[in-house]
Design a protein around this ligand. Structure first.
Ligand SMILES: *[C@@H]1O[C@H](CO)[C@@H](O)[C@H](O)[C@H]1NC(C)=O
Ligand SMILES: *[C@@H]1O[C@H](CO)[C@@H](O)[C@H](O)[C@H]1NC(C)=O
Ligand SMILES: *[C@@H]1O[C@H](CO)[C@@H](O)[C@H](O)[C@H]1NC(C)=O
Ligand SMILES: *[C@@H]1O[C@H](CO)[C@@H](O)[C@H](O)[C@H]1NC(C)=O
Length: 172
């Protein structure tokens, strides 16, 4: 009896751990209107890939939603509450490690090629991007050049709620 319940527990534990997404160290960011994870990012509801956006060759890069037909997508790591990604500088000159700046309500998620203090981002349950522990607050809004960009608690009339997931593979 004792052995039977032990193996039952072991079985339940194994099922639980395999059901959770594996820890992602290097991931893509996607928007979706579902908060739960899927094993295949293509099946997330209303999923969109994201890429870095530099509308006026300014120092800060933003994220915009990107449909099928992109060349490549940026990948990210997360340490000390800050996202990191490596990409070209303004006008395609130089390659830098860009770091996310502290996320503030009413502003876009931004990245600078500069050292940043510890940030307020985390991946809840290993996949759901949170700000100060909050899962809800990401908004897709019309940004510069009519692109769909990512705000934290944006309040514009064009904004719609979204969740941001870290995923291993591109949805399309
Ligand atoms: C993920 O789902 C899409 C759409 O259902 C499917 O075309 C694709 O083959 C799946 N990918 C994997 C790795 O299972
Ligand atoms: C998610 O987005 C799809 C497509 O835009 C929409 O049909 C659906 O109602 C949305 N679901 C929720 C829960 O917002
Ligand atoms: C991350 O993106 C860079 C630049 O596109 C690429 O060279 C690198 O192979 C990617 N790394 C992973 C783990 O996907
Ligand atoms: C981004 O931050 C990392 C440390 O977190 C630092 O090593 C790197 O130099 C920073 N990027 C730039 C361009 O300063």
């Amino acid at each position: 009896m004792r052995f039977a319940s032990f193996s039952l527990l072991a079985f339940l534990f194994a099922s639980l751990t395999t059901a959770l997404p594996t820890e992602l160290t290097n991931f893509l960011l996607v928007t979706t209107n579902q908060s739960t994870a899927t094993s295949n990012s293509s099946t997330l509801r209303a999923v969109s890939a994201t890429s870095l956006f530099d509308p006026y060759y300014q120092p800060t890069l933003y994220l915009r939603l990107t449909g099928p037909g992109y060349g490549s997508l940026p990948n990210f790591t997360l340490t000390s509450g800050t996202l990191h990604t490596t990409t070209y500088g303004p006008h395609g000159i130089g390659v830098y490690e860009y770091n996310s700046t502290t996320v503030i309500a009413g502003q876009q998620l931004g990245f600078l090629a500069a050292e940043q203090p510890a940030g307020n981002l985390a991946l809840d349950a290993g996949y759901l991007l949170t700000v100060g522990g909050e899962k809800e607050g990401w908004m897709i809004c019309k940004g510069d050049l009519e692109q769909d960009v990512l705000f934290w608690k944006g309040s514009g009339t064009t904004c719609v709620r979204t969740f941001v997931h870290g995923v291993r593979d591109a949805p399309y």
